[in-house]
Structures are given as C-alpha cells and as structure tokens.
Design a protein around this ligand. Structure first.
Ligand code: FAD
Length: 558
C-alpha cells in the first residue's frame, strides 16, 4: 500500500457548489470527507455566479402555483438535449435533482426561493414551463461565517449594484429592466448597504449575500457545522491507481507533494478548462481567448487531465456555456451581456453591419450563431452591440450605469459618434450596411414584429425585455444621437466538455467501463445537458446533483 501523508474516506478536488454538496452528502452518510482547493479562495465560479439551479419538479413549484409532472419534464429535457446525452443520465438528473434540493433544505443551512417567472429557455419545446423550474438561493448573512467569509471567492462584479451591493436574481430583473417598483428597490438596497455601519468599518463587501455567494455561504456554513475541512492552496496533481482502482491523489501543499489516500473514492469537481489558453485552442471553436470568459481563472482543466491520464474518455470538448461577453479594461473577468441584448433599442451586428441572430434568444444560441456565421465575407467574431443615447440613459450596459454618462476611463472602451456612419467607421464595420440595418430595425420597433429573427416572440425572450415598451418589450428604435457600440466576444460561463461519466457520476473509459473509485461532476465532466441550456441554473443544478449522486454511490459501492 502506498505510504500516505493523510487518509480520508472521500476526497473531493475543488470547492464549488457540486464539491460542497458531495461533501455534505458523504458526511451525512457516515463518511469522513475532505475538500482540497487549488487557489487561496473557496467557491470557484459557483461563488461568482447567479447561483440559480434549474430543477424540474422541485418542491417549491407547488408553493407558487406552478404544476410540473414527470412526463413534461422528460419531454422537455429529451427535446432540448436532442439525443446527445444517454437517457439514463437524463433520468438520473430528473429523479435526483429535486431529491438533492429537498435533502439540502431539510438537513443543512441551504435555503432556496422559487423564481416563478423565469421561463425555460425553449418555450416552444413540448413540456416547457413559463417559470418555476429555476430556483435561487435565499439571502444569507455573511456574519454567520465569521472570518471564513473572507476566504470565499468574491461575487462577479456584474452581479452587484455598483460592483458592491448584493441583489437577488429576482431583484436584479426588476432593477435592470426597470420593472415596477425599481426605484424604491434601488433606494432600499443602497440604504441597507450604506447604513450597515459596523460592517462598513470592517469591509467593503456587502454582508447581505445573494446569488452565488449566498449559495456558497450556506454550503460553507453547513460544512463548518459538521467540521468538514477545506484545504486551500492545495492543488491536486495526479491520481494514484492501484490494481485498476483510484486509491488516492498526489496533491501539493506549501510547494511539497502530499499523498492523500482514500477508502471510498475521489470526486473530481475542479471545473472546466476556461482558464487554459492552450486547451481552449486545442478544443474550442476559434478564435477563443481566456479573457473572453466570465469564469474562475483557476479552472485550467486539471481534473480533466488527471482523469485522461488514468484512461478516462472525454466528450463535448468543443462546447461551452456560451454567452456574448464584453471585456472591460481593468477587470479580471469578462462581463456576460444577458439583458443588454434583449432590452429594446439594441442590436448585435457583424462586420457588414447586419444582424445575424435573435439577440434575445438563449445566450448559448447567440454565441453558436457568432461562430457558425463567422465567415471571411461577414465576420461575426467579434460582433458589435449597437444602441443609442436613449438606451444608455435608461438601461445598464456592461459596466455603465443607467443615466447616459460615460466615465472617462471607458471612453476608449465604448465607441461613440453623432451619426451611424461615424460609429461604423470607428468600429471598422460597413457603414451602408449598418445604416440599412438600423433603418429596417426601427421599422420593426414600430410594428413590434421582427420578421428576420422573431425577437421578442417568446416568453423567454421577453423575460429580460422592458414590459413598459409596447408593442414588443424587446424592440425599440435606435434613433437618438449619440450612437454607441461595444465589441462583443464569444465568451462563456465555463466550458462544457470533460470526463465522460455515467448516471452514477462514475468516470468512464473509452470503452465505457467505469474506473473504480473515480467520480466527476460539474464542468470537469461532460455536460449532462449535452449541447443545450434548458433553463437558468442548468449548470449548477447538474453540478450539485451529480455531486450528490457521486457521494451516495461511493459510500454504497465503497
Ligand atoms: C458570472 C457568472 C454567473 C453564472 N450564473 C449561473 C447561474 O445562475 N446558474 C448556473 O447554473 N450557472 C451559472 N454560472 C455557471 C456556473 O457558475 C459554473 O458552470 C459552475 O459553478 C461550475 O461549477 P464547477 O464545480 O464545475 O466549478 P467551480 O465552481 O469553478 O469549482 C471548481 C473549483 O476547483 C478548483 N480547482 C481547479 N483545479 C484544481 C486542482 N487541481 N486542485 C484543487 N482544486 C482545483 C477551482 O479553483 C475552483 O474553486 C455562472 C457563471 C458565472 C461566471
């Protein structure tokens, strides 16, 4: 037997939401788990995220008057995944995701709130729901974590008001789309932050956590309640295999190798390869850049590479949780353009100044179109988000707050001109093409119909529209100078491809055999959602669910 520096029952590589869910499950089943984290902060992209989970038939749906059933959930998931994912994995998700949510709410500090109006992303696929399948974490008080809060990866600034103040997913929609009561809500959240004097003296970070920080905060508190450790600055380097079974991991601590042995198994939950330029170039559609990603930069494909080194197969490596992004000077991560592309009065165009997609459709579809239509004659990478001064006054755009003011530091980042032709020249796009597109789009705004791409036709498109704008909340004219443009990239929230796993989260070889003792979840495993994004929360939901499944399986099998 290898001479271990440390032994545990179940070792989890990573500290995102899937990793923590697995650790809690393993502990509550009687095992001793340990999490090791490469960076000096726990939480990964999960902590930076919106924290939403997409869970059909979750127990909160009934409370908000939305009915779901196994047939519809199955039809929708099967319809959207379109044969890419083995049926057993889809069935495992539908069965265990609501169980996992119930387990966490019944046995840990984790609480969720329903989002009854957050529609499934493909309302036209049979079995969809206009809301309720997406749940978000309840708010959580950072004080409950004590100083351990300071070790949590910070929320991505784009999910905060003025890069600082927390809002829930529900509140974010009201604020960003100017839904009813948005001014009072803004005042309330700002006052809560600024008048929190004792905490203001301690830290700039808001202690009323929401979104990903709330989720990770509640999970971390639950780990603390059980005394489950996370070792920070402890990257896993390789798997140790004996007689065909994974029996441990060689990690590194303080620059020294550390051998950790396991009795029940190893779960890889180390994220995707979004932070690894060489892997991006090897696998993703090109062009591609780490800078275009919104995700945790420490996710460099380590889990995937450790798995393949012991014979694991990979799948979906050319895919990502795509979305159009903007790279803001001086910021560590790109910002996801979620609402800007749906709100009335903006368009996304290619180098010819032509629209090429329904901007309000699911964000993965926007990037899939950017790549699919990117030809030498009509390049769409980057694409350009174009809008006018009315839009900039009313709505937030990337790092710019509503009001229409462009701070000096952003004057090169955002292009501005008094006329469409001048804007086109600054962005290097075809002026006649852009003029024609804008004229045509302004006509669509009047009729409320977009015959080219049907923008604003579905309940999902309209989720981030402006309900006060008629006849179509996603269509508005671009007419009032100055005009503005932003370069837009094919970014992501994380990569989607990774180790092939089965319905029990076991890592598989090329011939489909499970590797004993080895499990994977989250973005280091090939997505259980295949090439689609069925609804908001379709990455964290599976990451937590397959973490939950892995822990239970390891303890039963071990
Ligand atoms: C701004 C933003 C908003 C988002 N909103 C949502 C949302 O609302 N809903 C949703 O479903 N998804 C959302 N996502 C996507 C989602 O956050 C990620 O897909 C998901 O959290 C990935 O989980 P993971 O466990 O695979 O990785 P992570 O949460 O990133 O965890 C992986 C961890 O492993 C660590 N690690 C890496 N290598 C090693 C190693 N060798 N040894 C030890 N540790 C290692 C990393 O440092 C990291 O902490 C969002 C993402 C972003 C960036």
């Amino acid at each position: 037997m290898a001479n271990w520096d440390h032994t545990v029952d179940f070792l989890i590589v990573g500290s995102g939401s899937g990793a923590m869910t697995a650790a809690l499950t393993a502990y509550d089943k009687g095992a001793e788990p340990l999490l090791i984290e490469k960076s000096d902060r726990y939480g990964g992209s999960s902590a930076m995220s919106g924290g939403g989970l997409w869970v059909p038939q979750n127990h909160l749906m009934e409370g908000v008057g939305i009915k779901d059933n196994p047939e519809d959930a199955w039809a929708y998931l099967k319809g959207t995944t379109a044969g890419v994912v083995p049926e057993e994995r889809l069935r495992a998700y539908l069965e265990h995701a609501p169980q996992m949510v119930k387990y966490l709410t019944g046995h840990t500090q984790v609480r969720f709130v329903s989002l009854p109006e957050y529609a499934d992303y493909y309302p036209n696929v049979p079995g969809s729901r206009p809301g309720g399948r997406c749940i978000e974490p309840a708010s959580f008080h950072a004080g409950c974590l004590g100083d351990e809060f300071l070790n949590m990866r910070a929320q991505n600034p784009q999910m905060l008001i003025m890069d600082r103040i927390f809002m829930t997913v529900f509140e974010a929609r009201t604020l960003l789309t100017h839904g009813s009561g948005w001014i009072a809500l803004t005042m309330k959240l700002m006052a809560r932050y600024w008048f929190d004097q004792p905490w203001r003296l301690k830290s700039k970070r808001d202690r009323n956590l929401a979104m990903g920080n709330a989720l990770i905060g509640m999970l971390r508190r639950s780990l603390m309640d059980r005394g489950i450790p996370i070792w920070l600055r402890t990257p896993a380097k390789e798997l140790v295999v004996e007689d065909g079974r994974v029996v441990g991991v060689v990690a590194e601590k303080d620059g020294r190798p550390l051998r950790i042995g396991v009795s029940k198994g190893v779960l890889l939950a180390a994220g995707g390869f979004e932070g690894n330029q060489a892997m991006r170039e090897k696998y993703l559609p090109k062009p591609t850049k780490v800078e275009w990603s919104c995700a945790n930069k420490h996710n460099t494909g380590d889990g995937i590479n450790m798995g393949t080194a012991v014979g694991a197969a990979v799948d979906l490596m050319d895919d990502g949780w795509w979305g159009p992004t903007t790279v803001v000077p001086g910021e560590e991560h790109a910002r996801f353009l979620v609402i800007e592309k749906s709100l009335p009065g903006s368009i996304l165009v290619n180098k010819r100044g032509e629209r090429f997609v329904n901007e309000a459709s699911a964000y993965i579809d926007v990037v899939n179109a950017m790549y699919a239509k990117n030809t030498p004659e009509a390049p769409s990478v980057p694409a350009y988000l174009v809008f006018d001064s009315t839009f900039l006054k009313k709505y937030p755009v990337g790092p710019l707050l509503p009001g229409g003011r462009v701070p000096k530091k952003f004057q090169n980042y955002i292009k501005k001109s008094d006329n469409i032709e001048g804007l086109a020249a600054q962005m290097g796009i075809d002026a006649a093409g852009l003029r024609a597109t804008v004229t045509q789009f302004n006509g669509y705004a009047q009729t409320g119909k977009d015959p080219d791409f049907n923008r604003g036709e579905t309940v999902f498109d309209r989720y981030y529209g402006d309900e006060k704008v008629k006849p179509n909340p996603c269509l508005g004219p671009i007419e009032k100078p100055p005009f503005y443009g932003l370069e837009t990239y094919p970014g992501e929230l994380g990569t989607k491809g990774g180790l092939k796993t089965d319905e029990r989260s076991r890592v598989l070889t090329e011939v489909g055999q499970p590797i004993p003792g080895l499990y994977a979840t989250g973005n280091c495993s090939a997505s259980a959602m295949g090439r689609t994004y069925p609804g908001a929360g379709a990455t964290i939901g599976p990451s937590m669910t397959f973490g939950y499944i892995a822990a239970r399986d390891a303890l039963l099998a071990g």
